[in-house]
Design a binder for this molecule. Structure first.
Ligand code: FE
Ligand code: FE
Ligand code: ZN
Length: 298
């Protein structure tokens, strides 16, 4: 099977998923991920079925498998904190409905931060909410993302993810999203990715991996920072990134770039050129030049 590579793309009120597909195609991607609204808030628009239909036929036309497309839940949702429990459950329930209406299977979710309540309480809160949210039958998987361990983030280890999964009744619906920057920052040596996968397989099981976020890291292993870097420009490095991306044990899993925009005021998306260097397996050490000459308005 062909490499499934794409990036985070935008989703706006007017063009919705059609805009997302077109943006992905502009990067020569064959998969993509989007937030159904701004990632930092929970304001969401009604999904327009006409646009969804157009988006789906665009995908079909371009051999994009909708089953591999990903939605990311807003990161301010914090299931580990029982304070906004009712709102979180309602929002996530609605979000699953939107994702289902779009015909998408995978919803990535940050497990949450325990904000001083302690890991165990945090995990119990997360599992409680997931059980509520998964009560109704639906065809959407929640993909818990592995986190960098910044602050009181839960999901910094495979063991933490596993203990959430173990507490969910409908655990078939729980999958995992690996994030290479987060793994590195949490202390996993992704330069030996085979070993990381062995460990994941032992604790959770490789079949649970539904999405991989492909990011280099600005910080060294174990820093608990979570700052993404462009592919080959960070501490993980281009060769290690390629080994992860082309690892045969995760070959059917969509790889999604969430690397930073580049240039003054973060003007240019790097994805067209990052995808190109990944496909060519050849590092582009002039990413900024490539982007600025390509996107420069005349
Ligand atoms: Fe994320
Ligand atoms: Fe991520
Ligand atoms: Zn991150």
């Amino acid at each position: 099977m062909e490499l499934l590579i794409g990036s985070h793309v935008s989703f706006n009120k007017k063009t919705q998923m059609l805009g997302s597909v077109l943006e992905a195609l502009s990067y020569k991607a064959n998969t993509f991920m989007f937030y159904t609204g701004a990632p930092q808030n929970t304001t969401r628009v009604e999904i327009n079925d006409d646009i969804t239909l157009q988006a789906k036929s665009k995908m079909l036309e371009n051999n994009i498998d909708i089953n591999k497309v990903v939605v990311h839940a807003p990161y301010i949702i914090n299931l580990a904190n029982s304070k906004n429990e009712q709102f979180n459950i309602e929002f996530l329930t609605q979000e699953i409905k939107r994702v289902s209406k779009l015909g998408i299977k995978n919803l990535v979710l940050h497990p949450g931060s325990h904000v001083g309540l302690g890991v165990e309480t945090g995990i119990n809160n997360i599992a409680f909410c997931l059980n509520k949210v998964l009560e109704e039958n639906n065809d959407v998987n929640i993909c818990l993302e592995t986190m960098a361990g910044k602050g009181t983030e839960i999901g910094r280890s495979f063991e933490e993810i596993k203990s959430i999964i173990d507490k969910v009744d409908n655990s078939d619906k729980i999958k995992v999203c690996l994030d290479t920057c987060h793994l590195n920052d949490a202390g996993y040596d992704v330069s030996n990715f085979e070993q990381v996968l062995d460990e994941f397989d032992k604790i959770i099981g490789l079949e649970k991996i539904a999405v991989v976020h492909i990011n280099d890291s600005k910080n060294k292993i174990g820093s608990n920072k979570d700052r993404h870097e462009n592919i080959g420009y960070g501490t993980i490095g281009f060769d290690n990134m390629l080994k992860i991306i082309y690892n045969s044990r995760i070959k059917d899993v969509p790889k999604i770039l969430e690397t930073p925009y580049i240039g003054v005021d973060d003007k240019y998306p790097p994805y067209l050129f990052e995808i190109e260097m990944i496909r060519n397996k050849k590092f582009n050490d002039k990413l900024m030049d490539s982007c600025s000459s390509y996107y420069k308005k005349d």
